[in-house]
Design a protein around this ligand. Sequence first.
Ligand SMILES: C[S@@+](CC[C@H](N)C(=O)[O-])C[C@H]1O[C@@H](n2cnc3c(N)ncnc32)[C@H](O)[C@@H]1O
Length: 264
Amino acid sequence: MSGGLEFDEDTSRKVEALYLTPDVVEQRCLVLKALQLREGERVLDVGSGPGLLAYDMAASVGPVGRVCGIDISEDMLAMSRRRCANQPWTEFQRADATKLPHPDDAFDAAVSTQVYEYVADISTALAELHRVTRPGGRVVVVDTDYDSLVVYTSDQARMERVLSAWGDHFVHGGLPRTLTGQLRDAGFTIRQRDVVPMFNPEYHDNTYARRMLAIVASFVVGRRGVSQEEANAWLAEFSELGEQGKFFFSLNRYLFVADKIAVR
Ligand SMILES: C[S@@+](CC[C@H](N)C(=O)[O-])C[C@H]1O[C@@H](n2cnc3c(N)ncnc32)[C@H](O)[C@@H]1O
């Protein structure tokens, strides 16, 4: 995880609220559509976080299927176990994406959304993903490219200071740009790639932009010289812009679908 964002209880709750916004609900629909899960299938969720996707996947595969989630954060694991308590065909284990606790070819499908950008050793993580997916199985990976962020501000210098401090929260800020090659190097065949925009041209409460900007404001305090006052002023500008009808936010995530080709 890199000395960046700690997925402790407080952050886990904020991430859960962020991921319940309609923007991220829509992303989960796209992930489920790409996965095409069938009843009885075995699915792995790498970095299962608050368990929102695991819950939906468990509904798709049903009690004769299996959903396994792994995560390095005990607070996230507790949240996902609570969420899926009435789906006993789910299980959540503490493990690292680079060392999956599952046998070879164990899953029909595997998914990892918004996780690999925090994992330093991507080639080992993707090799592990390939190892545990059965021949003929498929994977879906979603990550953000933070250079795709477009936000209106009247104070560009302050924006750059804040974003430079926010840059400490991930290991790979532009992972989607290299994922095609990295998935191929791990042995996968790319089937589909899509952009998933988080586009909020209004500053409304239940939006990805508003909740994400609040997480950024609390993370950056004390990093790279950003003070509490500066972070507060940075965040306050978005409320003002929202009231004036001038708020604008766009950030792209990218979705990859890849297959582990069965050897004949
Ligand atoms: C932004 S959250 C995404 C959660 C979930 N995949 C989702 O989309 O709802 C990132 C998650 O990745 C987990 N994570 C980060 N580094 C990890 C690693 N090396 N191995 C396993 N999980 C990791 C964090 O604990 C956190 O739960």
